[in-house]
Design a protein around this ligand. Structure first.
Ligand code: ADP
Ligand code: MG
Length: 260
C-alpha cells in the first residue's frame, strides 16, 4: 500500500539575470508503507527541498504530494496539523533542533502536549513521565537523561533525543534528512542501526535522505538518485546497486564501498 505519493513536483527560484533555477524538476516517486526510500545525491541536488515540500513547509510551483491519499500540497492549516503528527522530520544538525533551555523530558513530551486533544494523549504528569521513559528506552538512552539539558549530551545522544521526540506521537513516516551526516562515522553507524530497529518496532516508513551511497544502500528498500533537481534513476535497492543504468549512479557506487 502506497503511503507517500509525490507526483511531478517542481520548485524554482529566480537566479541571476531573472533566469529560473529549478531546484526540484518534475520529481515523481512513491513510498510503500513499511519501506524505506533512500534519496541520494550530492549537496545542492535538491534533496532537502523535496523533504520540505513533503512536510508541507514549502509549496511546490507545480505537482502534488499525497500522504495516505490526503493532499499535503494545498492543505489548509487544520488539515496540515492533522497530517503533521503522522509524519515527523529528523534533521541533520542534532544541536540546532533542540531548545537549550528545556530539559530532555520536556523536549520529548512537547509534541504530546501540543497534540494532546486530537492524539488522545494521556497528558497527566505521570502519563507524560511514563511516555518519556518509554521513548528513552526506545532510543537507547538512560532514563536519567530526562532531567538533563541538551548541552550535556554528545552529538549522537542528541540525535537520539531528536528521534525520541519525532517518535512521541507515534508517526507513520519519518523524513530523515541527512540524520547522521554531522556525526562521526562510528557514531553515525550506531544511529543508523537504531533507525533500523525502530522501523521494525514502530512499523515506520522512511524517507532517508543522504549524500552517502553506502548508508543509503544499507537502509533502503528503494533508491532514488537525484542530480541537479531531477531524479535520474529510481528502483529497488539491489537493482540500482547491481545494475545501475545511469552514469551518475555508477559514479556514486564506484566512489563508495558498501557498508558491512
Ligand atoms: P540538498 O539538500 O540536496 O543539498 P537543497 O534542496 O537544500 O539541496 O538545495 C538545492 C538548491 O536550491 C541549492 O543550490 C540551494 O542553494 C537552492 N535553494 C534552496 N532554497 C532556496 C531558496 N529559498 N532560494 C533560492 N535558492 C534556494
Ligand atoms: Mg540538504
Amino acid at each position: 500500500m502506497v503511503l507517500v505519493d509525490v507526483a511531478a513536483i517542481s520548485k524554482s527560484y529566480a537566479g541571476a539575470g531573472g533566469k529560473r533555477i529549478f531546484v526540484t524538476d518534475a520529481v515523481t516517486f512513491s513510498i510503500e508503507r513499511g519501506e524505506t526510500l533512500g534519496l541520494v545525491g550530492e549537496s545542492g541536488s535538491g534533496k532537502s527541498t523535496v523533504a520540505r515540500i513533503l512536510l508541507g513547509l514549502i509549496e511546490p510551483d507545480a505537482g502534488k504530494v499525497f500522504f495516505d491519499g490526503l493532499a499535503v500540497t494545498g492543505a489548509s492549516g487544520a488539515e496540515m496539523r492533522r497530517l503533521r503528527r503522522r509524519m515527523q522530520p529528523v534533521f541533520q544538525d542534532p544541536f540546532a533542533a533542540l531548545n537549550p533551555r528545556m530539559r530532555v523530558a520536556e523536549i520529548v513530551t512537547e509534541p504530546l502536549t501540543i497534540y494532546r486533544r486530537e492524539a488522545g494523549v494521556d497528558g497527566s504528569r505521570t502519563g507524560l513521565r511514563r511516555q518519556a521513559s518509554e521513548l528513552m528506552r526506545a532510543v537507547g538512552l538512560d532514563e536519567s537523561a530526562l532531567g538533563r539539558y541538551p548541552h550535556e549530551f554528545s552529538g549522537g545522544q542528541r540525535q537520539r533525543i531528536n528521534i525520541a521526540r519525532a517518535l512521541a506521537l507515534r508517526p507513520e513516516l519519518l523524513i530523515l534528512d541527512e540524520p547522521v551526516s554531522a556525526l562521526d562515522v562510528s557514531v553515525g553507524a550506531q544511529v543508523v542501526n537504531l533507525l533500523r530497529d525502530l522501523q521494525r518496532e514502530f512499523h515506520l516508513t522512511y524517507l532517508f535522505i543522504s549524500h552517502s551511497m553506502p548508508l543509503v544502500r544499507y537502509l533502503s528498500t528503494n533508491i532514488a538518485v537525484m542530480r541537479n533537481g531531477k531524479l535520474v534513476e529510481i528502483g529497488r535497492c539491489e537493482d540500482i546497486c547491481n545494475h545501475p543504468s545511469d552514469e551518475y549512479t555508477k559514479s556514486l557506487l564506484a566512489a563508495t564501498p558498501a557498508m558491512a
